[in-house]
Design a protein around this ligand. Structure first.
Ligand code: SF4
Ligand code: SF4
Length: 344
């Protein structure tokens, strides 16, 4: 909507007023890493973070969430959206949120997600530190970040604040902002472009080529078994991923045996139980029984299956999966390179 500037000195006062006025979630340090958490003291906000352990999607899609509560034959919803400001979201996580918005809205809107999402304000921020496994500079370049309400970029002597929606503009009254000058906007543009070249890992193939070749490699079972032979099926690569959205649903009964709740939990397609289904009469079948099948499924979801729907890959290059994998085999850059080389 419009572009503003706030100087370094006034930025601290803006944050103080912001955390007093609103529920703010932002990056903060935790045991040598960073997490998205409630910011009560502006000094805890670490806009110089590289990446958080879990993505900010947990603000709309918590790890554990009651969907409905029941008491006898009475069922009530649990939708109770919280007004919150996600402050300091990097552009790759904005892209991931935008993808998740689309996936939860299609084929019957998931109100438990969208109600939280619509109540939130997202202030994206420029990347000041680059994580060691990041490759967001080279993946999904055709997908623009959108869905955020404002974008904050650190420049000399302050911050450029680019408001995109009325929710983004509503925060301006909390600080001493003035209209940004052309030189400040140019400095912000240059800073945001320059950081994209600093990723330690690079995917050197285009999305369309990757989507085609990775899909064509589906029948090569030996390749997928080899790529996954050190996999522990722990599911960590799924659980840290900002674009994974699978969940399991369980009913919990209270001791009265008539009331309880239906709750969803994040799930992970790399775990061996994920694809086990009941056939009735105590029988079951696992339709992705081997590690290779599960590993292949994840890579095809990220690199190929969802491309048409999302306009590009369902991987935003955050590198969280690579960092979380004990066996160090989950990195999409390395896997896609091996698949592409096997195909050529
Ligand atoms: S994090 Fe690594 S070891 Fe664990 S399921 Fe994923 S690929 Fe396998
Ligand atoms: S697949 Fe890995 S790098 Fe890609 S978005 Fe998910 S966690 Fe990030």
């Amino acid at each position: 909507m419009s572009d503003y500037f706030i100087n370094e000195k006034d930025f601290g006062d803006f944050l103080k007023r912001l955390v007093r006025a609103r529920n703010v979630l932002g990056p903060k340090a935790k045991r040598g890493h960073f997490v998205f958490g409630r910011i009560e003291n502006p000094e805890d906000l670490r806009l110089d973070y590289d990446v958080t352990i879990l993505p900010p999607k947990k603000a709309f899609f918590p790890t554990c969430q009651d969907l409905v509560r029941f008491d006898g034959d009475q069922v009530s919803g649990c939708i109770d959206p919280v007004d919150q400001v996600l402050f300091g979201v990097h552009f790759y996580d904005v892209k991931a949120i935008d993808m998740t918005d689309l996936l939860f809205a299609e084929r019957g809107e998931d109100r438990n997600y969208t109600a939280n999402r619509q109540a939130a304000t997202i202030v994206a921020s420029s990347i000041q530190s680059v994580s060691p496994r990041a490759f967001w500079g080279s993946v999904g370049k055709e997908v623009e970040p959108k869905g955020h309400d404002a974008f904050l970029t650190k420049v000399a002597r302050g911050y450029v604040y680019q408001s995109r929606t009325p929710k983004g503009s509503a925060l301006l009254e909390l600080g001493k902002f003035r209209k940004a000058e052309a030189t400040e906007l140019e400095a912000a543009r240059k800073a945001d472009e320059a950081v994209k070249k600093k990723c330690p890992e690079t995917l050197k193939y285009g999305a369309a080529e990757v989507a085609k070749k990775v899909r064509a490699a589906f029948p090569d079972e030996k390749l997928w078994e080899r790529l996954s032979e050190r996999c522990f099926s722990c599911g960590s690569c799924n659980l840290v991923c900002p674009t994974c959205y699978c969940f399991d649903v369980q009913d919990h009964w209270n001791v009265d045996q008539r009331s309880g709740a239906r709750t969803r939990y994040w799930d992970a397609c790399l775990t061996s139980e994920f694809s086990k289904v009941s056939l009735g009469a105590g029988n079951s079948e696992n339709f992705r029984e081997s590690r290779g099948e599960r590993f292949r499924h994840r890579i095809l979801r990220k690199a190929s299956y969802l491309n048409e729907k999302l306009g590009g890959p369902a991987c935003v290059g955050c590198g969280r999966c690579a960092a979380a994998c004990t066996a160090d085999i989950a990195d999409p850059v390395k896997t896609i390179r091996e698949v592409m080389e096997a195909a050529s």
